[in-house]
Design a protein around this ligand. Structure first.
Ligand code: SAM
Ligand code: SF4
Length: 333
């Protein structure tokens, strides 16, 4: 699949739930959450059919996300089906990490069960090593569980584990170096992400925003000039650097300040309520659940995908005074 701007689509991010056991300030409103009713969420069979159709059109990589994907019932059974879809070569999971260390009834940790189901890479959110700040950011006192989840993921032997840190001037400016040391000691890739206006909450203001350039300068004042690694890519939009004198890599995702951010975009999103979204930072989304549940043929659904890809914008609208209409948690990060 290729759009009119030359983006080749090979990567589908699949959100399987809008529910979450945390309440991150930048992702969702703090007031009482209204979750979508079950009937409005694609069931696993429907989701797998759409993954198969996407794969027939050239998608090779799936990332399962949410909300918190590990809160959904029977998620491991669902994950196990994805590698069976012809054409899918790479499967990733994005998680807040809180449930990775939990032991399942059958004995293994959730991390091991996810790994055994065929997931190769896992992205774990970790904005701070300070548990009080963690609780302020996420609304939950789950820092210990996340740290245990990270260790469980390491033990499970994923091919790749990345830690994702959303940059917030007021909250975690002093955490950049501690997080780098934490990731380095465990041989994990750490990525810093600019705050995006995907939620309506008050944290999304200029005082809180920290650019990747600011973060990079702060890191360089400690470690010396970072060494650009243009050849290192992980399918996503991060730019990677090596820390001088170390094997360690850090990545920067500058959706707001990197003007070339969208040039190599290879992504399409499927929301848990069955919308295909060609770009995170654009209002455009198309309801594929409707034709799916009305009995559309594979051919018709394939055409639906192609039409959505054809509408993929040149770039996101985040710099154009974008007013969020859907919460990040409902779209799937
Ligand atoms: C929406 S979450 C879903 C997966 C999982 N619950 C997690 O937290 O990793 C995916 C990623 O989006 C990031 N995210 C959420 N809201 C964001 C925002 N406003 N700006 C930048 N990143 C955001 C989270 O930090 C997380 O790394
Ligand atoms: S970022 Fe992830 S953990 Fe935090 S509220 Fe959103 S979905 Fe939940």
């Amino acid at each position: 699949m290729q759009d009119r701007h030359g983006h080749r689509i090979s990567y589908l991010r699949v959100s399987i739930t809008d529910r979450c056991n945390e309440r991150c300030t930048y992702c969702m409103p703090q007031e009482l959450q209204e979750w979508l009713p079950r009937a409005d969420i694609l069931n696993y069979e429907e989701t797998l059919r759409l993954i198969r159709i996407a794969a027939e059109l050239g998608v090779t990589k799936i990332r399962v996300t949410g909300g918190e994907p590990l809160t959904r019932r029977a998620v491991v059974d669902f994950l196990r089906e994805i590698p069976k879809v012809p054409g899918i070569r790479s499967i990733g999971l994005s998680t807040n990490g809180t449930l990775l260390g939990r032991n399942l009834d059958s004995g293994p940790t959730m991390a091991l069960a996810v790994r055994d189901a065929g997931v190769q890479s896992v992205n774990i959110s970790l904005d701070t090593l300070d548990r009080h700040i963690y609780a302020q950011i996420t609304g939950r006192d789950f820092h210990d569980q996340v740290l245990a989840g990270i260790e469980a993921a390491i033990e499970a032997g994923f091919e790749q584990i990345k830690l994702n840190c959303v940059l917030m001037r007021a909250r975690n400016q002093d955490q950049l170096v501690p997080l780098i040391e934490f990731a380095g000691a465990r041989n994990l890739i750490l990525r810093f992400i600019e705050l995006m206006p995907v939620s309506t909450t008050e944290v999304l203001n200029d005082e809180n925003f920290m650019s990747i350039l600011h973060a990079k300068r702060a890191i360089e004042s400690r470690y010396g000039n970072l060494i650009l690694e243009p050849a290192f890519q992980t399918n996503g939009p991060a730019t990677y650097y090596q820390i001088p004198g170390r094997e360690q890599r850090v990545g920067f995702i500058g959706a707001m300040t990197n003007l070339h951010f969208c040039e190599d975009c290879n992504k399409l999103r499927l929301t848990c309520d069955g919308k295909l979204r060609p770009c995170l930072g654009s209002y455009l989304e198309f309801d594929i659940m409707k034709p799916l549940r009305a009995g559309a043929s594979d051919d018709e659904l394939r055409q639906f995908f192609l039409d959505v890809v054809d509408r993929k914008p040149l770039q996101h609208d985040f710099r154009e005074n974008y007013q969020p209409n859907r919460k990040m948690i409902a779209i799937g990060g």
